[in-house]
Design a binder for this molecule. Sequence first.
Ligand SMILES: [Zn+2]
Length: 164
Amino acid sequence: MRCKKAEKFLFWSFDNRLGPEQEKKLQAHLAACPHCQKKKAEYQLILSDLKKKPVAEPNPYFWERLQPKLQPRRKLDSFILWKQWGLRTVPLSLMLVIILALGIIFLLPSNQEELSQSETLLLRNVNPFQETQTLFEQEKPEEKNMMLIFTSLDENSRLWRPFP
Ligand SMILES: [Zn+2]
């Protein structure tokens, strides 16, 4: 075993994290390596020194000074939670919008088909006399009469109304 690995095992042994097999290997290395023996002695000295020192007590009024600092943090946490919840609902609302848009796209043409002619005129703001007007705007009287005759024959032109 190399010294580097032995040192790692040494640390683990201080934390009682060393398996029995690893412990055996470490002891074998320590018996043969004066360098690692010295290291082990050093680390043990440091550890025992640290254990002798008392645990530092917090300064007076530490809690009183800490508490106000914790308050805004808690508000921030709730804000972050709200934001995360909001972000999670975004796909849902997006889906609803898409469904709504699709519904409108599929329903609108059928609605338009169901509209009667007068409804179409009203909703689309079409002038019902547009066709008739173009007829009367013709300058030549012969042309006007011809167009009036042809329009009256045309069954599809429901917009045309005879003038009194
Ligand atoms: Zn060694």
